[in-house]
Design a protein around this ligand. Structure first.
Ligand code: LRH
Ligand code: MN
Length: 364
């Protein structure tokens, strides 16, 4: 690798700033990106699902495709699963199958949004019987995660309302807390509950976990094994996602990402395909926290997961492009001249500081 003119040039320039390129390449090689089983199958919109020839159809095929992406990239040692989409009769066998192919089962995602009984919600539903059914699914997923050797239970709730007055918003929040306290109590040591938020859809008036603040409050209420999951497609347009990431990193409350990109709503497009600069700024916050002794420990345990739907493109090709886009953003973040940045910030050199980031972004 050291042979290429360009790389040599970069090596000298970085060495000039006390940055050892082999060390940076080591950091990049250590970047572990988790791919979603559901990203390998056919997916679409409410308008149509366009079948892709050879797309994975079963949990086994989805894991095999994830293993292929890991062999090709060397950067995706784990695959997230979704229950019941990836339900099998013998989860120990699925675990063995994955491990035989060099893969670890990552986050287990319960599904509380595809059952008829969840019309008015699941863990926040007004009826105790429906909440019980949702809780039983969550508790089953805790067991499945343990059987699969997974340490992350990744929860996204579609729960919400469509009309003002449809339900009591304070009561829904109380039900959410009560339900999650029972789930939290069932978590074995070492297992995390990742609490994902989303500002709307499928609910169109209120969503019970709409934003990072509500997710953080819920996590704080539950305890240290509960952390916030930031899906980069779940914010109103114009939201400063890298600032949310910085605050959660500083609070030691960020447990994971669902990387994807959007132009309008929750479009689940390839990460970095619409706004690569935003992805670079998110990576810059992550690298900064990993370099800061005060936040490094927590920042190293953040799950870097992809969550996308590939409606018109090849699934494996799209996943590899996504991995490369994340690696590229992370590589650019690694070469940010931190000393120069801090100096310019301390000197209130507004554009000087801004140009330090632009320099790294445009250099690679
Ligand atoms: C919801 C979401 C959630 C998954 C689903 C596939 O929009 O981001 O993380 O369960 O997509
Ligand atoms: Mn998501």
């Amino acid at each position: 690798m050291a042979g290429s003119e360009e790389l040599e040039l970069l090596r000298e320039r970085l060495a000039g700033r006390g940055l050892d390129i082999d060390g940076l390449v080591g950091d990049l090689r250590a970047l572990a990106i988790e791919t979603p089983s559901w990203g390998y199958g056919n997916s679409g919109t409410r308008f149509h699902v366009f079948p892709w020839p050879g797309a994975a159809r079963t949990p086994w095929e989805r894991i095999a495709d994830a293993a292929l992406v890991h062999r090709l990239t060397g950067a995706c040692p784990s695959v997230a699963v979704h229950i019941p989409w990836d339900r099998v009769d013998d989860f120990a066998e699925l675990r063995r199958y994955a491990e035989e192919q060099g893969l670890r089962i990552g986050a287990v995602n319960p599904n509380l949004f595809q059952d008829d009984v969840y019309r008015l919600g699941s863990l926040c539903h007004p009826e105790p019987g429906v909440r019980r059914q949702a809780l039983d699914h969550m508790l089953e997923c805790v067991e499945i995660a343990a059987e699969l050797g997974s340490t992350d239970l990744s929860l996204w709730l579609a729960d919400g309302t469509n009309y003002p007055g449809q339900d009591d918003l304070r009561d829904r929040h109380r039900r959410l807390i009560e339900s999650l306290e029972e789930v939290y109590a069932a978590l074995p040591d070492g297992m995390r509950l990742l609490v994902e938020y989303k500002f709307f859809e499928p609910a169109f008036y209120s969503t019970d976990l709409p934003d990072w603040g509500t997710s953080l409050l819920v996590c704080r209420r539950l305890g240290p094994q509960a952390q916030v999951l930031v899906d980069t497609g779940h914010h109103p347009p114009g939201t400063n996602i890298e600032q949310i990431v910085a605050v959660l990193l500083e609070q030691g409350a960020l447990g994971g990402f669902h990387f994807n990109n959007r132009k309008y709503a929750d479009d689940d497009l390839i990460v970095g395909s619409i706004d690569p600069f935003e992805l670079f700024l998110i990576a810059t916050e992550l690298v900064s926290a990993r370099r800061d002794p005060a936040t490094a420990e927590a920042a190293k345990r953040i799950a870097l997961m992809i969550d996308q739907a590939h409606n018109v493109e090849g699934k494996i090709d799209a996943m590899i492009q996504s991995v490369v886009n994340i690696q590229t953003a992370y590589a650019k973040a690694l070469i940010v001249d931190r000393e120069l940045l801090f100096e310019a910030q301390r000197a209130s050199d507004v554009l000087g500081a801004h140009r330090v980031l632009l320099d790294a972004y445009e250099r690679l």
